[in-house]
Design a protein around this ligand. Structure first.
Ligand code: HEC
Ligand code: HEC
Length: 285
């Protein structure tokens, strides 16, 4: 048997590497989060606002102050004019409530139910009226869905100048994402690091509303993208959803970590092949 398979020992090295690679990438693949989607709008129902106030007083006031006026805990901003989009983003991504004011606001499982979040959003949205201070910030957005090919109208010259094709396209979203978001969140939305140890989260958990809300409100240190229109923010948010399950026209996606992982696999595969070839043709005397 041994004589029939002279290459068996030679094969062992590459096979172990291959098995390791399979294990590592299956784990990466399994941890890839599933897409969620939820759409909600701000309630102006007095009953919701009153219920939101009760929740706010129990869970938020200790840091954000009476009626969200701030000035209680350093670092916890006033919420009077932040708008429902900010409340919704921080609550649906589980960033709020913080346990301690100097904790980093990271993504967690939401503490409140969707109904409670709706009530808190309603209360924060009503704060300018309640306090008589300023205007409300951005409201919870409703992203436009992607174009179906049938929807796309043949653009007139004027439409071409404004790039208005009547609905939101995925390629528009991809271009805007590459220009505005990829430098921090990476081409495939896998996240990364900024200077001073700031972690840029993966976009794999962000639903379409959250992916629209984030550039609208700018969760620090992410900037606010005031220059982007409703259609452009919708296109970006839809592209972020596409990134959750992208198609792989070039073959394996390698967990969509982007060019670094692809280069690494290329080099690893190349070395294994070269090493194997060298063993095959080499003469060990
Ligand atoms: C332990 C203190 C603490 C508690 C409790 C807390 N927050 Fe915060 N909150 C903070 C701090 C600190 C920040 C600033 C964090 C940051 O910018 O990363 C913040 C930021 C926010 C923001 C973003 C404001 C902006 O300028 O965009 C919102 C919205 C918010 N909190 C809502 C809430 C709500 C609603 C609750 C109650 C459910 C709550 N927070 C409970 C400390 C707290
Ligand atoms: C300067 C770097 C930077 C840029 C540019 C940037 N982001 Fe962010 N983004 C961040 C950081 C840092 C956070 C985490 C903020 C926090 O936790 O308070 C974040 C958080 C997010 C989140 C929340 C993710 C989650 O699951 O909790 C979304 C969604 C998001 N960004 C989308 C975008 C989109 C869309 C764009 C482009 C329009 C963009 N970001 C541009 C740095 C950036």
């Amino acid at each position: 048997m041994r004589r029939l398979l002279p290459g068996r020992r030679i094969l062992r090295g590459p096979l172990i590497l291959l098995a390791l690679a399979v294990v590592v990438f299956s784990i990466l693949f399994m941890t890839e989060p599933a897409a969620h989607s939820a759409v909600n709008t701000v309630s102006t129902d007095p009953a919701d606002i009153a219920a939101g106030q009760v929740l706010f007083e129990a869970h938020c006031q200790s840091c954000h102050g009476y009626q969200g006026r701030g000035g209680v805990v350093s670092g916890a901003p006033a919420l009077v004019n932040v708008g429902a989009a900010a409340a919704d983003f921080y609550l649906t991504t589980g960033r709020m409530p913080l346990n301690a004011p100097n904790n980093e606001a990271l993504r967690h499982h939401p503490v409140f139910s969707p109904a409670q979040i709706r009530e808190l959003d309603a209360y924060v949205n009503a704060l300018p009226q309640i306090t008589g201070q300023g205007a409300a910030g951005p409201t919870i957005p409703t992203p436009e869905p992607l174009c179906s090919t049938a929807q796309q109208k043949t653009p007139s010259t004027a439409d071409l100048a404004t790039q208005d094709v009547g609905c939101v396209t995925l390629s528009e979203g991809q271009e805007l994402y590459a220009v505005n978001c990829a430098q921090c969140h990476q081409a495939a939305g896998s996240g990364g690091m900024l200077s001073k140890g700031v972690v840029v989260p993966s976009l794999g958990n962000a639903n379409v509303v959250q992916a629209y809300e984030a550039p609208l409100i700018g969760p620090k240190p992410m900037p606010i993208f005031t220059q982007l229109s409703h259609a452009q923010l919708s296109a970006i948010a839809q592209y972020v959803q596409y990134l959750h399950n992208p198609s792989n026209p070039g073959g394996f996606g390698i967990s969509h970590f982007g060019p670094v992982a692809e280069g690494f696999i290329g080099i690893l595969g190349g070395f294994v092949l070269l090493w194997f070839a060298a063993r095959m043709i080499g003469n060990r005397g």
